[in-house]
Design a protein around this ligand. Structure first.
Ligand SMILES: Cc1cc2nc3c(=O)[nH]c(=O)nc-3n(C[C@H](O)[C@H](O)[C@H](O)COP(=O)(O)OP(=O)(O)OC[C@H]3O[C@@H](n4cnc5c(N)ncnc54)[C@H](O)[C@@H]3O)c2cc1C
Length: 790
């Protein structure tokens, strides 16, 4: 709870902290004084202010005398003022008796924000006004005094409703707001910062640096939005727990109802259940709405679908279709206003939550690591809608075929807004469905998002423990230097480095690039997937425990699904950055290299390097690993080793990995209540398993290149042929003949293999296609350059 009101000592500690802000110029003297009055109250300010600012008398004399002058001016009152003050203080007495602490509004705005709250909420806007009209401030703070001290709610008045914001930082389509308004009572919006609760029982890095930074700004924007409709947002830190903070808030405000939108991490759900039952015992209630996912993950059932294919998005969609939840309905409009209560409980400054606090160097200067993140994003709800609008006007038309391009904004970039609930998935789906091009692939991404939450609800250990038991025994590398090079974007592979630098500088990269860097970390560096997960959690602005864990588990070969491909750090460029412009953007030291060598500078002749002003190992790093195929082979052999070591987790007939069925799925499958399910027995569930791994089990020591299911997405040969054929197919008859010839040859090869009792050959078709463009050197086809196919 707010330290300002616990005791004079707490208040003084807060004020001393704030004094530092004045010293470094983040707060002006008048503002600081107003905060003192707000935090300490009139009496204590009068008695302690001189002592608080005493250190300045030697450290900064000018500031000391300015503050003294502000103090003198404030306390040289007129009789009128005296009278009003007496009145306010007399009102304070009974409220104290009733345990209503002195209420001061400390939801001060950041220095650079503009306050536009209506007069009913002047107290909240106090500091915003203060900068422009210092004289009026005094009157304001007195009127604030009257308002904030306030009278206890009269017996006939409705007790206020607490609107508990968590990851739904928006006004549009927010069911909790609608629910709170339905009571017809004043609404007190609150945000409680409880990092330990977010973290859960394992190492989740739920609130990494970049997402804390985003959260800070999103909260600041939400507060401004609330102020525009006559309300505000209280910031509280959960010293002990959210529950205790809420209980105290209910006591202070007389509220009996708390409304919130559900969050679905299992440990947060448990927390909410505890809050609900404890409030119920206290005679209050927690009302929960659903809006974070399209489907409440705890309501998804496999009944009628079974477990075959579990982990894939198709299986998940079938489960949702077979067992539909309540209809989604149309998105809800934002409220026009939120009724304000007659007084506001105590709160902290947003800054005191320290979400966007930057580290300092030894010399005291700030290391502003977020400077680029700040300039790359608009953190507001309006920003989310603008981004959505821009995407639906443009990127969505390229999404189906070109979402893997890193050199063009073809995806929505909405993930941080979705993560913090600044945009509801229902709103997004509604708008996407309205797009002319019917972007089915895009809509399916929202199913992926829900799938991640469903998986986390079933496997709460997903963020830190491999789901497939044998894979816990994989022999991962411990080369910290490799990890560091990967994190810093200094691996010597331009595509990987560009992506990792984009991540560091902007807090984001597209899905395809996430696959590229994850493949590199796991398949080529052999570093544990958990390292990648944690780095992503710390550096992504959209870091999301459920999605991130699901994706890293799948990439790390131990999730419910297996990526049936591995991205090659050079060949993948053909799909995502064929002309090298993405690499040039994030690795400017490579800017002068020719297109055909930009993804492999080590192949550049000395003369080209010289002309480009490059010295490998100096201006750009040498490759940290060179023997890519050998490393891949070792990775495959390691997988075969653990699968052989734990045969109980490999299905004999299909060669699929087996994983113990989680209790909820077991009871669903057996159609019994969870208490009625046999305990102590492990039921095993077969999972989708990469063909390459199944084959390797028969020949554990064979190398990756001789595995017919080699999953590395090389692309060049197959895709170029595919595209050439497709292109020519459109153009002339000869091509269709060529196409038929190719197909016939493939058919014959397949039949031949079958007759020889060999397994099906690896099928590269249909993977990672892209539409060739005129600039694209890979689009050169026999007979000429593709002008355009669009
Ligand atoms: C190793 C790895 C880690 C990832 N970690 C995260 C993460 O921490 N947070 C996160 O939001 N996404 C994560 N993703 C998924 C995906 O890369 C991002 O959601 C996407 O790149 C965000 O960009 P966008 O909004 O332009 O996506 P779009 O392609 O425009 O998709 C729209 C929305 O759908 C959802 N979505 C898209 N792809 C997926 C997916 N594969 N799984 C679940 N939901 C998806 C996101 O909410 C996204 O904003 C990860 C992917 C990989 C490969």
């Amino acid at each position: 709870m707010a330290p300002s009101l616990g005791s004079t000592e707490d208040g003084l500690a807060l004020v001393r902290r704030l004094l530092r802000d004045v010293l470094v110029g983040r707060e002006d003297p008048e503002g600081f004084f107003a905060l003192c009055v707000s935090a300490l109250g009139h009496h204590d300010t009068r008695s302690h202010f001189h002592a608080v600012i005493r250190p300045l008398s030697t450290a900064n004399r000018a500031l000391h005398s300015t503050l003294t002058a502000v103090y003198e001016e404030y306390f040289s009152k007129t009789e009128d003022d005296e009278l009003q003050l007496a009145l306010a203080l007399s009102l304070l007495e009974p409220t104290k008796d009733q345990q209503l602490e002195e209420v001061s509004v400390t939801t001060t705005k950041d220095n650079n924000e503009h306050c536009s709250a209506p007069s009913s909420n002047q107290a909240i806007c106090e500091s915003g006004e203060r900068e422009k009209r210092p004289k009026k401030r005094r009157q304001k703070s007195k009127s604030m005094g009257q308002q904030v001290v306030g009278l206890p709610p009269t017996p006939s008045s409705q007790p206020p409703v607490i609107l508990w914001f968590r990851r739904d930082l928006r006004l549009c389509d927010n069911p909790a707001i609608v629910q709170a308004l339905q009571a017809g009572a004043p609404v007190i919006p609150v945000f409680i910062w409880a990092p330990a609760e977010e973290e859960g029982p394992g190492i989740t890095v739920a609130m990494g640096g970049a997402s804390r930074f985003w959260l800070h700004h999103a909260l600041s924007c939400l507060r401004s939005a609330l102020e525009r409709i006559g309300s505000s947002l209280l910031f509280l830190t959960a010293d002990q727990s959210s529950l205790q903070t809420l209980q105290r808030l209910l006591k202070d405000t007389g509220a009996r109802t708390v409304v919130a939108n559900a969050v679905y991490e299992p440990w947060l759900r448990q927390r909410d259940e505890l809050v609900s039952s404890s409030l119920h015992r206290d005679g209050a209630e927690l009302r929960m709405c659903h809006s974070y996912c399209l489907r409440d993950p705890y309501s998804v059932s496999t009944v009628g679908v079974g477990l075959r294919g579990i982990g894939s998005v198709s299986h998940f969609v079938s489960c949702c279709t077979q067992n539909p939840g309540p209809p989604l309905g149309a998105p809800l409009d934002p409220p026009v206003s939120l009724p304000t209560p007659s007084f506001w409980p105590s709160a902290e400054l947003l800054d005191t939550l320290e979400l966007a606090k930057m580290p300092r160097r030894k010399d005291g200067t700030i290391i502003d690591w977020a400077v680029n993140i700040r300039s790359s994003w608009d953190f507001s709800e309006e920003g989310a809608h603008a981004q959505l609008h821009a995407f639906l006007q443009d990127g969505v038309y390229r999404y189906e075929k070109e979402s893997s391009r890193a050199d063009s904004p073809n995806t929505s970039s909405l993930s941080p807004y979705l993560h913090f609930g600044q945009l509801s998935p229902r709103w997004l789906l509604w708008d996407a469905k309205g797009a002319k091009c019917r972007p089915l692939k895009f809509q399916r991404k929202l199913a992926w998002r829900d799938l991640a939450y469903w998986q986390l609800s079933l496997f709460p250990d997903m963020p830190w423990e491999s789901l497939r038991p044998p894979y816990k025994a994989l022999c991962w590398s411990t080369e910290r230097e490799h990890l560091k090079a990967w994190q810093r974007g200094r691996t010597g592979y331009p595509l990987v480095d560009a992506a990792m630098r984009q991540l560091w500088l902007s807090g984001w990269m597209n899905n395809y690039m996430r696959h590229v860097v994850a493949s590199f970390l796991i398949a080529y560096l052999h570093l544990p997937w958990q390292e990648g997960y944690r780095w992503f959690q710390d550096t992504l602005v959209d870091s999301d425990v459920a999605i991130d864990a699901m994706m890293w588990q799948n990439g790390g070969m131990c999730g419910l699904d297996h990526w049936n491909f591995v991205m090659h750090p050079v060949d993948a460029a053909m799909t995502c950055d064929p002309c090298g412009s993405y690499v040039r953007q994030w690795c400017p030291e490579l800017i002068e290299l020719p297109n055909e060598l930009i993804h492999k500078p080590w192949k550049c002749p000395a003369s080209i390097l010289k002309r480009a002003g490059m010295v490998l190992g100096q201006t750009y790093p040498e490759r940290i690993v060179t023997d890519l195929e050998e490393r891949r082979s070792r990775s495959l052999q390691d997988v075969a080793r653990v699968r052989l070591q734990f045969p109980e987790y490999v299905d004999k007939s299909s060669g699929c990995d087996l994983v113990p069925l989680p209790p909820r799925l077991l009871s669903q499958t057996l159609g019994r209540h969870s208490d009625d399910v046999p305990s102590g027995k492990e039921f095993l569930l077969p999972l989708i398993t990469r063909m390459e791994f199944k084959h390797q089990l028969d020949k554990p020591d064979c190398d990756s290149t001789s595995n017919p299911y080699n999953a590395v997405l090389k692309g060049y040969v197959s895709r170029k042929r595919d595209e050439t054929v497709a292109f020519l197919n459109q153009r002339d008859f000869t091509a269709s003949v060529l196409n038929e010839g190719t197909q016939r040859r493939e058919r014959m090869e397949r039949n031949q293999r079958k007759m020889e009792g060999l397994s099906e050959p690896h099928q590269p078709r249909g993977r990672a296609r892209r539409t060739p463009t005129a600039n694209d050197k890979f689009s050169v086809v026999p007979g000429g350059v593709v002008k355009t196919l669009r």
